[in-house]
Design a protein around this ligand. Structure first.
Ligand code: NAD
Length: 476
């Protein structure tokens, strides 16, 4: 039987640091050989990945359960299915997406009349993708698919904090894909630090802002591009004119408790209009019972916190709150099992311990407001979050969306943006730099190269004589 709990890091074979440099140079050599220029080769690699993914479906889902106590059903819709969908999307559209584009506006300038311009999407080179542990399959595979489709070679560094998934990914990739295209480096800080000493042509990182800065510095040292998929405190605002509180409560608690709150776009805190608070709070409690029963600890669907360090971080923040805990379940927190019960805290103020950092766990702080203006100001007084949710009638919802900033915004739902795989996903300000998913990943991992062709035969008394000196008498 599968058990979750303190993870046995020894199950993951770390890459020896002395092997890292050779891994990167092998990928640099294979990139230079030019095999990746061939679109049909890229598609063949994506098909091989799809085959491997399907063959290893059970092993991957089991690994996610070992790492996070994530149920197969949740892993399917939140991770596995998205990866399959993304590969399908690329196989269907890549030929069209990589076609050079022509901008009709480019030839309206008289000087450009005989020029032919096109923009080609070209690979960047060797790219590194460093993943987080909370969605350890999705968060590395989605960028990998786009990076390969764009013709890059890839070094993949999964998170060592989800060791079962990291190992299952490596098993699948080494078995089904060409080692001239992608290689996996396993390890923690020591190995990642060594990896970042290598030169890459693009850095794609998902995780916390503090490590994001380290990755961005490595990119700066090489003057290479960087994509940072970070986090933040994503608010949900429930305004007085919301039309139905029952789905509102469900959708908020669903986002707070999926993966035990360890989701970058989870509702981090709740802003409720004072007039509806007493109606909404019992519905939040009911929504928890509806999903996980009276004892979420016994539920096969309720996840566990990734490790004792994160469990204690949550407990410390909860112990320091000045808010009032609402009764949700009789379950007690259990560090040994890494079980943290669903927790709702009312009467929280903006300066509370629960409002400092992204919670990344199943604690929902509630702040009450009197005017929409107040809610908007509170959101704007903080860093731009990765997501923003607003439950309200359309005018109020639009006022919130237009007057705030966030990576994405959703009206009357939470986290559903993740289902929309052809739209861009990414943060703004401290919640991230850049975007991906669908065609946006291809664009992230491509150089958009303007290629202009000019006729040499054109008799040039016009353009060539005007553009060069001597300029005397040519001012008009
Ligand atoms: P983390 O920064 O601790 O680790 C992420 C990766 O960085 C791991 O692979 C790790 O090995 C590596 N790493 C750790 N220390 C390093 C160092 N010194 N040098 C180089 N690499 C190093 O992040 P985390 O705890 O895994 O993720 C939690 C955060 O990530 C939350 O803020 C969450 O919101 C955010 N997140 C964002 C997204 C998104 O898509 N925007 C998705 C998931 C998580």
């Amino acid at each position: 039987t599968l058990v979750s709990g303190e993870l046995d890091k020894s199950e993951l074979r770390y890459t020896p640091v002395e092997a890292i440099s050779g891994t990167v140079s092998a990928l640099r050599e294979s990139f230079a050989r030019g095999t990746m220029r061939d679109i049909s080769f890229r598609k063949q690699q994506l098909r091989a990945l799809l085959k491997g993914l399907r063959e290893d479906k059970k092993a991957l889902l089991d690994a996610l359960y070992h790492d996070l106590h994530k149920s197969h059903a949740e892993s399917l819709y939140a991770e596995y299915d998205s990866v399959e969908y993304e590969i399908g999307q690329y196989l269907d559209n890549l030929d069209k997406w990589v076609k050079p584009s022509h901008n009709p506006l480019a030839s309206v300038q008289p000087a450009l009349l005989l020029s032919k311009s096109e923009v080609r999407k070209e690979p960047l080179g060797v790219v590194v993708i460093i993943g987080a542990w909370n969605y350890p399959l999705r968060l590395v595979m989605l960028p990998t698919i786009g990076a390969i489709a764009a013709g890059n070679t890839v070094v993949l560094k999964p998170s060592e904090l989800a060791p079962h998934t990291a190992q299952a990914l490596q098993n699948m990739i080494t078995r089904c894909m060409d080692s001239s295209v992608i290689r996996v480096v396993q390890g923690g800080v020591k190995e990642s630090t060594e990896l970042l000493k290598e030169k890459f042509d693009h850095y794609f990182y998902t995780g916390s802002g503090s490590v994001g800065r380290i990755v961005a510095r490595a990119a700066a040292d090489n003057l290479a591009g960087v994509t940072l998929e970070l986090g933040g405190k994503s608010p949900a605002i429930v305004h007085a004119d919301v039309s139905d509180l029952v789905p509102t409560a469900f959708r908020i608690m669903w986002s707070k408790l999926a993966n035990s709150g360890q989701t970058c776009v989870a509702t981090d805190y709740l802003l409720i209009h004072r007039s509806i608070k007493d109606k909404l709070v019992p519905l939040l409690v009911e929504a928890v019972a509806g999903m996980y029963g009276k004892s979420p600890k016994e539920s096969p669907d309720y996840g566990r916190i990734i490790n004792a360090r994160h469990w204690n971080r949550l407990m410390d923040a909860l112990n320091a709150t000045e808010g009032t805990q609402i009764a949700v379940t009789d379950d007690l927190p259990d560090e040994g099992d890494l079980y943290f019960p669903p927790t709702i805290v009312d009467g929280v103020r903006p300066g509370d311990s629960l409002m400092k950092d992204e919670l990344f766990g199943p604690i929902l702080p509630i702040i009450t407001y009197d005017t929409l203006e107040e809610a908007i100001s509170l959101v704007n007084s903080r860093d731009q979050p990765l997501a923003l949710y607003v439950f309200a009638k359309s005018d109020s919802a639009e006022a919130v969306v237009t007057r705030t900033r966030s990576g994405s915004a959703t009206v009357n739902d939470t986290m559903f943006i993740l289902a929309s795989m052809s739209n861009p996903f990414g943060g703004v300000g401290p919640s991230g730099v850049g975007r991906y998913q669908g065609k946006h990943t291809l664009d992230t991992f491509s150089h958009h190269r303007h290629v202009m062709k000019r006729p040499i035969w054109f008799p040039t008394p016009g353009v060539d004589t005007i553009r060069g000196p001597p300029f005397a008498g040519k001012e008009n």
